[in-house]
Structures are given as structure tokens and as C-alpha cells.
Design a protein around this ligand. Structure first.
Ligand SMILES: [Zn+2]
Length: 84
């Protein structure tokens, strides 16, 4: 019996499909690091859970393209554990 693979093919970014070392290409790996580190302070400041935090960031025009692509992926695939 085989389980469906959530993380996509090895060697390709799960967000944009570009060549990647792991699950994420350089751009989206950086975006994830930024998301993670910002979340710590947003959680402390506003008491957001992961979902609320991502929704709030997605609406800001200051949020970068790579970050928005990553957020869209996380929300669509319910991969909220990526931030924790
Ligand atoms: Zn990517």
C-alpha cells in the first residue's frame, strides 16, 4: 500500500517546481526561514495562530512575491506544520 507523497518529487521545489536541494528551492527556502522567524514575534505580539498569521501577511503589500507564493502553497495544502 502506498501513501500519497505530499512533498512532491525529490529535487524539485514543492512550491514552484524549480530545481532544489530538498523540498524547496533557494528562494522559497529563504522565504520559509523569514516566515518562521517573523512568526515568533507576531505570535508574541498579536497572539496569532499560524493560519491567522499567514492570512494577515498575505494581505500586506509589503510581503514579497516569494513569501506570498509559499503562503499560497501552505494554505492550499494545509501544510501549517512547516512553520512550527
Ligand atoms: Zn521554489
Amino acid at each position: 500500500m502506498s501513501k500519497p507523497e505530499l512533498s512532491g518529487k525529490k529535487g524539485r521545489c514543492i512550491v514552484c517546481g524549480e530545481v532544489a536541494e530538498g523540498d524547496l528551492c533557494f528562494k522559497h527556502e529563504r522565504a520559509l526561514e523569514e516566515l518562521r522567524s517573523k512568526y515568533t514575534s507576531w505570535k508574541a505580539a498579536f497572539g496569532y495562530n499560524v493560519q491567522e498569521y499567514l492570512m494577515a501577511l498575505q494581505k500586506r503589500k509589503e510581503t514579497g512575491e516569494w513569501t506570498k507564493e509559499l503562503i499560497a502553497y501552505i494554505v492550499a495544502n494545509k501544510r501549517f506544520e512547516m512553520l512550527t
